[in-house]
Design a protein around this ligand. Structure first.
Ligand code: SF4
Ligand code: SF4
Length: 246
């Protein structure tokens, strides 16, 4: 299991299949996923190959009216609920369900892309620690997907702690409450973002200033409040790092 499908809990991520490219509210994402799952289960027969493209065409037609955040980003209709309780989302044509190693070739991306792709957070050294933290924060798979796909924000948080002379692994223990708070604030505005996990980070966050500018932009006034509290709890951080304004 992995960041995509944690072993524990009942949430999973499906962001790179394009879900958030559709301009919907969190409960509308759930309804859409339920609709897809029901239609898939009632119309697709794994032993009848043409039932896959028929389903795909039908869903693409039905979803064509939903406004997209980016017209160039595809949203795959094979993303649906993959457990009996309809809580975990995932690829309904994954080989573990179909028994066919190439079944994802019925999708727009195709088997090789679907199976080879790993997002930045999943590839990162701290992936397992992020997974545990996101599991703790997310109340459902929609929130878990927002958190997991948001690799630029996650990287910025890592860099904030490292520029503040904090050990980035220790932050998951010693600064856990502050971390949870940061990501809860981020969830509050992440539905505006078209998070696919493909986003390119043009800023390597080489300085504390650059990280702080990004976090300020991402969180607005919440960041100012969070930072004020952080500075009260960590009064010597500027003396240690030497990179804070006095
Ligand atoms: S965005 Fe990352 S964590 Fe989410 S499903 Fe894709 S690869 Fe997995
Ligand atoms: S076919 Fe590929 S893009 Fe579509 S849901 Fe499956 S893994 Fe995602």
């Amino acid at each position: 299991m992995s960041l995509c499908h944690p072993e524990k809990g009942n949430v999973s991520c499906g962001a790179c299949c394009g879900l958030f490219n559709l301009k919907l509210q969190p409960n509308e994402y759930k309804n859409l996923l339920l609709e897809r799952t029901t239609e898939f289960k009632t119309t697709v027969d794994f032993s009848i190959r043409h039932s896959f493209p028929i389903y795909r065409k039908d869903r693409e037609t039905k979803e064509a009216h939903i406004p997209k955040k980016d017209e160039m980003t595809y949203n795959c209709p094979f993303l649906g609920y993959v457990d009996d309780t309809k809580q975990r989302i995932g690829c309904m044509i994954h080989p573990i369900f179909t028994g066919d190693p190439k079944s994802q070739n019925f999708s727009f991306y195709g088997t090789s892309i679907c199976q080879a792709y790993d997002c930045k957070t999943k590839e990162g050294a701290l992936a397992e620690l992020w997974e545990i933290l996101f599991l703790e924060i997310a109340k459902d798979s929609i929130e878990y997907s927002f958190l997991s796909a948001d690799h630029i924000f996650t990287y910025a948080v890592e860099k904030f702690f490292s520029h503040s002379q904090k050990n980035t692994e220790d932050m998951f223990v010693k600064d856990r409450l502050e971390l949870v708070e940061l990501f809860r604030m981020r969830l509050g505005n992440s539905s505006r973002e078209n998070l696919t996990s493909f986003e390119i980070n043009y800023d390597a966050f080489l300085t504390l200033d650059s990280v702080e500018s990004y976090l300020h932009l991402a969180l607005g006034s919440d960041w100012v409040i969070w930072k004020g509290e952080w500075e009260k709890k960590n009064p010597n951080r500027g003396e240690v790092s030497g990179s804070f304004d006095k």
